[in-house]
Design a protein around this ligand. Structure first.
Ligand code: 5GP
Length: 193
């Protein structure tokens, strides 16, 4: 943890395809005090994804059971799938004296905001435009046409929630956006100390 008693809970949210995954990786690579929490999801793994690394891929039944057991810190239904952060995954990071990096949607961010005791910093990442987002979703070739259409149609509704974040950044050039995030983190930590 960087000069702070409480671990920093850094939340990055964005419409899918705005470059958040790349930014999450860059933050962890540049500063090993940050560790991304590995979420649970009922979504099927994509070709390049590894169970336990990118997500814990579980069935809907297992996810439901975990909800009943109150195993989640926060969870949400996004399109047809469930996503959630388990309390255990956060505990492991905190016990290791690291800061937590969340790649979660606005619903999850809202749930975390209710925990007033957290040292929370929320950043919303926007793509430069809806057209650019469509281009990125098409070129990364991870989703079928139907999924891309759904992601784009939820885009305008999703970004309305950006007003509930501490900062909103446009990811035009990933390197610039990354520098902005570093600056925001550093200022936040200075304020807290
Ligand atoms: P994808 O299916 O593209 O990996 O992720 C879809 C959306 O789910 C992204 O906006 C991502 O931030 C969000 N997401 C991933 N894990 C979680 C989680 O544990 N909780 C919540 N609320 N959202 C998540």
């Amino acid at each position: 943890m960087i000069n702070s008693e409480k671990p920093l809970m850094l939340v990055l949210s964005s419409p899918s395809g705005a470059g958040k995954t790349t930014l999450t990786k860059k933050i962890q690579q540049s500063d090993n005090s940050f560790k991304a929490s590995v979420s649970h999801t009922t979504r099927k793994a994509r070709a390049n994804e590894v169970d336990g690394v990118d997500y814990h891929f579980v069935s809907k039944e297992r996810f439901q059971k975990l909800i009943e057991e109150k195993a989640f810190y926060e969870h949400a239904k996004i399109f047809d799938n469930y996503y959630g952060t388990s309390k255990l995954s956060i505990k492991k990071i905190i016990d290791n004296k690291q800061n937590v990096l969340f790649d979660i949607d606005w619903q999850g961010a809202e749930q975390l905001t209710r925990h007033k005791e957290l040292n929370l910093l929320k950043i919303y990442i926007l793509p430069p435009s809806a057209e650019e987002l469509e281009k990125r979703l098409l070129t990364r070739n991870q989703d079928d046409k139907e999924a891309i259409k759904r992601r784009l149609s939820s885009y305008s509704k999703d970004i309305l929630h950006s007003k509930n974040y501490d900062y909103v950044l446009v990811n035009d050039k990933v390197e610039n956006c990354f520098k902005e995030i570093k600056k925001i983190i550093s200022n936040h930590l200075k304020k807290k100390n």
